[in-house]
Ligand binder design. Structure first.
Ligand SMILES: O=C(O)c1ccccc1NCC(=O)[C@H](O)[C@H](O)COP(=O)(O)O
Length: 221
């Protein structure tokens, strides 16, 4: 079970996530987000995470850079500056665009799609180039960002469906992640969970205690 903490902005939260046993740390590179970090900051936080994990037993968390409809130049800069294990594509990237990115870069690709009905779930099967899909709630029409809105979708939409490996995301919290995972029991494609707002005290302000509680609750479930 992968546990991804998304929107990490400072070393205290890196420490909390690493110490709690998170599998993936997400750095959001999207200037309109309250979680935005410059690539140089993300590189520093990634180095900090690797050093913190090296001093501990167990697997080290992998680094994810989240970007929205990146052009080729931005992708190249992400790869050379941060050197992440994963890039998360959280915009309107088409299956062809994702496949092209996969051909050009030696990195795992997470493709996010917004879900509000059964048809959205079916789109997950179109993305052959992605290593992991991320099923998130479709953002409201007036949203200022395509993710990180603290909204859940109907988890039952993913029950019993043929799906590629995916992370469940959108509106998860330490309190509801157990129920979400219970509802999707038997869904073999479920690879893990992802959270951002649910471990924050205010938009963009993560709480070490909530990060720890989320990882614990997800692992217990
Ligand atoms: O978090 C953001 O601010 C963000 C901005 C632009 C694109 C994507 C963004 N977040 C994507 C994530 O992976 C979030 O973890 C995911 O949407 C779940 O968010 P939440 O519902 O707040 O837990």
């Amino acid at each position: 079970m992968l546990v991804k903490i998304c929107g990490v902005k400072d070393s205290a939260i890196v420490d909390a996530a690493v110490d709690a046993g998170a599998s993936l740390l997400g750095f959001v590179h999207f200037p309109r987000s309250p979680r935005h970090v410059e690539l140089e900051e993300a590189a520093g936080l990634a180095a900090h995470a690797r050093a913190r994990a090296a001093g501990r037993d167990g697997a080290r968390p992998q680094v994810v850079v989240l970007t929205v409809d990146p052009d080729d130049d931005l992708l190249a800069r992400i790869m050379t500056t941060v050197r992440p294990e994963w890039i998360q594509l959280h915009g309107g990237e088409t299956p062809a665009r994702v496949a092209r990115i996969a051909e050009n870069h030696d990195v795992g690709l997470i493709k996010a799609i917004g879900v509000s009905g059964p048809g959205d779930i079916a789109r997950a099967l179109d993305y052959d180039g992605a290593d992991l899909m991320l099923l998130d709630a479709r953002p409201p029409k007036d949203a200022t960002r395509p993710g990180g809105n603290g909204l859940a979708f109907d988890w039952d939409l993913a029950r019993g469906r043929r799906l590629p490996p995916f992370l469940l995301s959108g509106g998860l919290t330490p309190e509801n992640v157990g129920e979400a995972l219970a509802r999707l029991a038997g869904q073999d494609a479920l690879a893990g969970v992802d959270v951002s707002s649910g471990v924050e005290s205010a938009p963009g302000v993560k709480s070490p205690a909530l990060v720890e509680a989320f990882v614990r609750a997800a692992r217990r479930a």
